[in-house]
Design a protein. Structure first.
Length: 315
């Protein structure tokens, strides 16, 4: 389905070096943020105590944070959960020394002084060993997904396409992580799920463009490789805008109306979708030119037919 058709191909590859240079600088900025500032890991990875409370009226998050800070829990993370009445309080391990029982007692004692209607729903404790295991498993999942994508693209297309796509997808993931490191946004399991979703989502866009490029290599016999790539990107532009526009609408709904529990997940998806469009069009495709993709890589040379009479005995 197309909302519009662009009659003339847009010369994307004419600006390929510029867009690739911008991507390289953005990538280096993200790497610098990761190295210098590091990720602000949530309780899922560092361990700690989770206290869930509920109020009879909408909770005031700022007041709860101030109350906990006065009680000595300055590192506590407070967010609504499900609705405005339910609140999740995350206490890192270094914020307290007494274990989950003492932590919950301190929290409830402080909150009861602020509002007597608050009720304790549950208390969970994540030990440092469990947090490290989740961290290791999350990193392993990220590597397995990236390796699977690389293998899939190598089998479906050709190694140059696979390499260009995995570089573009790595570019997206590193930029997401760099943004979370630079702004010190909390990185937890939901954000990791968003990063993994972006990997699959971004590679889908690359596959659509690469499929059209491969088709054009066989159809557009007299066109140059840059012209073939420009035509492929232009022809899929309507599809790209429809798909990403609808997806981003859903993600923004989670971002604005999904509460604090989904906020960072939607934030990771938003960054990934925006940079996924950019990388699939203006990073992966110029990389194909740099890697020297040619028509001959997809057109098999015809073998000369052997003379049937040569198989028989000569008289």
């Amino acid at each position: 389905m197309e909302f519009f058709r662009i009659k003339r191909d847009i010369p994307f590859m004419r600006y390929g070096k510029i867009t690739t240079a911008i991507s390289a600088l953005t990538f280096l900025f993200a790497v610098a943020a990761l190295v210098l500032r590091g990720l602000n890991f949530g309780i899922d990875f560092t361990g700690g105590t989770i206290v869930e409370v509920t109020y009879s009226q909408p909770a005031h998050i700022d007041q709860i944070r101030a109350t906990l800070a006065q009680a000595g829990l300055r590192d506590a993370t407070v967010q609504t959960y499900g609705n405005s009445h339910d609140v999740l309080i995350h206490l890192p391990n270094h914020a307290s020394d007494g274990g989950k029982g003492q932590n919950s007692e301190i929290v409830m004692s402080a909150l009861k002084k602020q509002d007597a209607s608050v009720n304790l729903m549950r208390v969970d404790f994540v030990g440092p060993e469990v947090g490290k295991e989740l961290y290791d498993n999350g990193a392993l999942a990220l590597m397995v997904v990236a390796g699977g994508i690389l293998l899939y693209l190598a089998l479906r297309f050709e190694w140059r396409f696979a390499l260009a796509a995995i570089i573009a997808n790595t570019h997206d993931v590193v930029i997401i992580l760099g943004c979370f490191a630079f702004f010190r946004w909390e990185f937890n399991l939901t954000v990791l799920a968003g990063v993994l979703a972006v990997l699959g989502y971004s590679v889908n866009e690359s596959v659509v463009v690469f499929d059209r490029i491969r088709e054009n290599l066989r159809k557009m016999r007299k066109a140059t490789i840059p012209e073939i790539i420009d035509n492929a990107i232009t022809a899929t532009m309507s599809r790209t805008m429809i798909t990403h526009g609808m997806t981003e609408t859903m993600v923004l709904a989670m971002f604005f109306f999904g509460g604090d529990a989904l906020h960072n997940f939607a934030l990771a998806l938003t960054i990934g979708i925006l940079f996924g469009i950019y990388s699939s069009v203006l990073v992966a495709s110029p990389l194909l030119l740099m890697l020297g993709v040619k028509r001959e890589h997809f057109i098999k040379a015809q073998q000369p037919k052997s003379d049937a009479r040569a198989d028989g005995a000569q008289v």
